[in-house]
Design a protein around this ligand. Structure first.
Ligand SMILES: NC(=O)C1=CN([C@@H]2O[C@H](COP(=O)(O)OP(=O)(O)OC[C@H]3O[C@@H](n4cnc5c(N)ncnc54)[C@H](OP(=O)(O)O)[C@@H]3O)[C@@H](O)[C@H]2O)C=CC1
Ligand SMILES: O=C(CO)COP(=O)(O)O
Length: 348
């Protein structure tokens, strides 16, 4: 049994706290709001974020960071990307012993193009951890919390840290692989949210399965194109944290990104949709980051670009579909060969 803090009592933090609790660990679930901690402790439910399951009283739910972090061997950050820097700063002031740091957040910071592990490395004291572990893969909280079979990857530059995360979380319903390609894992997990917004838009416009399969497949091509140009292993994008997560987020009724896209196509305004949903829709900020990052690197990302224009420049979704369908003709797989060639040449 280990003492593990989960920082963030939203949908995913709550589901991961339940997995750790099932595995016999002493779990402290931290929320930044005292009223939220009190409500969960009183009702044993997280009404706002994951209402479908009971939260056992043996999980300590607290808004006191010192209580959450005391004597821990691992700290799991499960927050929106916007909350990563401020919460790391709070943790830095309190954490006084080495731990395995794990995060389950999927986003890129638009102002800096930083991935979550890079932001965390900048904010946390390096004395307290070795290498950060990214926990990512096709895993909706609603299904994990009711013990539906789920597979994810624990990715770190440190094999020891990745194995520690694997050992903490793995059970017969939650299978955890390890993976060394932190860059590819974080990019795949973040960029798929943009394509999931697109899948929601496509469904909202009344298009069918052919259109969605096209979005997922060509979406993956552009995710891999940017990722490989940045140094990720192209094979990561055909794994759990690439195509796996892209499939689940683009097709599941649970996806907030899909839902937001669906409502947008039906005429809702972005601000009102986000307010009404009350949960984080990471693809929106990540679309801004990816659009500008791709421009800076000279990488062609037509779907991401179209979604950026819909989200931030009021472009008409239907017109964007027409534009994507009438782009210049081209071969399908030349770019894939180029990606593989350039990656493996660099490895030699
Ligand atoms: N939900 C899922 O199935 C999965 C989500 N993820 C990823 O996990 C991350 C978290 O998502 P999820 O749990 O779903 O998000 P939710 O929107 O469900 O919950 C977010 C939680 O973070 C809290 N929060 C917001 N801002 C701060 C802050 N500044 N300081 C402290 N806490 C804050 C919120 O509190 P408040 O009530 O005050 O807003 C809320 O408790 C995202 O990056 C998401 O992409 C990954 C895999 C699966
Ligand atoms: O990342 C997720 C599932 O793996 C969750 O996606 P949504 O944020 O779209 O719900």
């Amino acid at each position: 049994m280990e003492k593990v803090a989960v920082l963030g009592a939203g949908s995913w933090g709550t589901a991961l706290a339940l997995v750790l609790h099932d595995n016999g660990h002493d779990v402290r679930l931290w929320t930044h709001l005292e009223a939220h901690a009190k409500e969960i402790n009183a009702t044993h439910h997280n009404h706002a974020y994951l209402n479908n399951v009971e939260i056992p009283s043996t999980i300590t739910v607290t808004s006191n960071l010192e209580t959450a972090l005391a004597d821990t061997t691992a700290v799991v950050f499960v927050l929106p990307t916007t909350a990563i820097r401020p919460v790391c700063q709070q943790v830095k002031a309190v954490l006084d012993h080495p731990v395995t740091i794990i995060h389950g957040t999927k986003g890129i910071e638009p102002e800096t193009f930083k991935r979550v592990s890079e932001m965390m490395e900048e904010e946390l004291s390096s004395d307290c951890f070795d290498e950060i572990v990214v926990l990512s893969g096709p895993s909706h909280a609603e299904e994990v919390s009711i013990k539906q079979p789920t597979t994810v990857s624990a990715s770190s530059l440190s094999e020891k840290s990745a194995s520690h995360a694997q050992q903490l979380f793995m059970n017969e319903r939650f299978r955890v692989y390890t993976n060394k390609d932190v860059l590819g894992v974080e990019l795949g997990g973040s960029l798929k949210n943009i394509i999931a917004l697109g899948a929601g838009i496509s469904d909202g416009l009344g298009y069918g399965d052919n259109a969605k399969a096209a979005l997922v497949t060509r979406g993956l091509a552009e995710i891999a194109r940017l990722g490989t140009a940045m140094g990720a292993d192209p094979l990561t994008f055909i794994g759990l944290t690439g195509i796996g997560d892209l499939i689940v987020t683009s097709t599941s009724q649970h996806s907030r990104n899909w839902r937001a896209g669906n409502l947008l196509a039906k005429g809702g305004s972005l601000d009102s949709i986000l307010t009404e949903m009350g949960m984080v829709v990471e693809g929106v900020r990540t679309a801004k980051a990816a659009y500008h990052l791709a421009k800076e690197k000279g990488i062609d990302m037509p779907i991401t670009s179209g979604i950026y224009h819909i989200l931030f420049e009021g472009a008409d979704p239907q017109a964007m579909v027409d534009q994507l369908m009438t782009r210049q003709r081209r071969p399908e797989t030349d770019e894939v060969h180029e990606m593989l060639k350039s990656y493996y040449l660099k490895q030699k």
